[in-house]
Design a protein around this ligand. Structure first.
Ligand SMILES: Nc1nc2[nH]c(SCC(=O)O)nc2c(=O)[nH]1
Length: 286
């Protein structure tokens, strides 16, 4: 928790958000050897993101893309633990986050050395709030309407910003009442999780509403389909300019952590944005 708060204080002082690199430890193994190929690939990707300046690496084993099939927590653990253990050793300066909804995975990830739990279901899963309490780790509470398999069919809100904010306020209250200290809570509006394009845009336009809750704000826009809709780009791998634009907007609105696929490109964009938004280079010598 201390290391995360040191980074968050730096972010506050420099006005530059932290960068969280995304690493998926999936099982669609190209090598056909089940997992070894995917473990090695995930470790290599995490190392590259850390070398490019990522402050945090977010490791996920369950694709929570709309329509994705759920993954058992045993399978999640089987995929994630080797990667966490390797990165704890190889990347001692980089915080490791685990993207999971499962209490069992949270416990195993903490034992393996993860520093942060990133839960798209805001600790609503069976036993997950208790599991996180016992791990001592900080947690990202994210809003999602419905479930990944069906959440994009008919997202529905009277006032998306108010409803997402009130949901997060409720989850914060529940976690605090269960004994989770303030300094172990981060929040996230869940861009793309049960939202139309217009819902996502409304949330991004009103990110300040979430800062009023008083917790560090994490935002994930990288390569998401609302960017594809706006820019008419069906291929997620070709949404980098739009992802950078949305990330800088979120930074401008006070997001403290940006969750991204493209770390070097985001770092360069933040370098230039920071030079102008805070005035003057940060003692850079050419
Ligand atoms: N906290 C948090 N966790 C996430 N996990 C994913 S998976 C879908 C994708 O990357 O397109 N998105 C997010 C996000 O926005 N926030």
């Amino acid at each position: 928790v201390e290391r995360l708060h040191t980074l968050l204080r730096d972010a506050e002082q420099t006005g530059r958000p932290l960068v969280m690199g995304i690493v998926n430890v999936t099982d669609d193994s190209f090598s056909g050897d089940g997992l070894k190929g995917d473990t090695a690939a995930a470790i290599a990707q995490a190392k590259a993101q850390a070398a490019a300046g990522a402050d945090i690496i977010d490791l996920g084993a369950e694709s929570t893309r709309p329509g994705a099939a759920p993954v058992s927590f045993q399978q999640e653990i089987h995929r994630l633990v080797p990667v966490i253990e390797a990165l704890r050793h190889d990347l001692p300066q980089t915080l490791l986050s685990v993207d999971t909804r499962n209490a069992g995975t949270m416990r195993a990830a903490a034992v393996a050395g993860a520093h942060l739990i990133n839960d798209i279901s805001a600790l609503e899963g069976e036993g997950s709030l208790d599991a996180v309490l016992r791990t001592g780790l900080p947690v990202v509470l994210m809003h999602m309407q419905g479930q990944p398999g069906s959440m994009q069919q008919a997202p529905q809100y009277a006032d998306v910003t108010a409803e997402v904010r009130d949901y997060l306020a409720g989850r914060i209250a529940a976690c605090r009442a269960a004994g989770l200290p303030r300094d172990r809570i981060l929040i996230d509006p869940g861009i793309g999780f049960g939202k139309t394009v217009d819902h996502n845009l409304a949330l991004l336009q009103r990110l300040q509403a979430f800062r009023l809750l008083g917790y560090p704000l994490l935002v994930g826009v990288s390569r998401k389909s609302f960017i594809g809709a706006i820019a008419r780009e069906a291929d997620a791998q070709r949404r980098l300019p739009g992802s950078i634009a949305a990330a800088l907007w979120a930074a401008q609105q006070g997001a403290k952590i940006l969750r991204v696929h493209d770390v070097p490109e985001t770092m360069q964009a933040l370098d230039v944005w920071q030079a102008m938004s805070r005035g003057g280079l940060e003692a850079e010598k050419f």
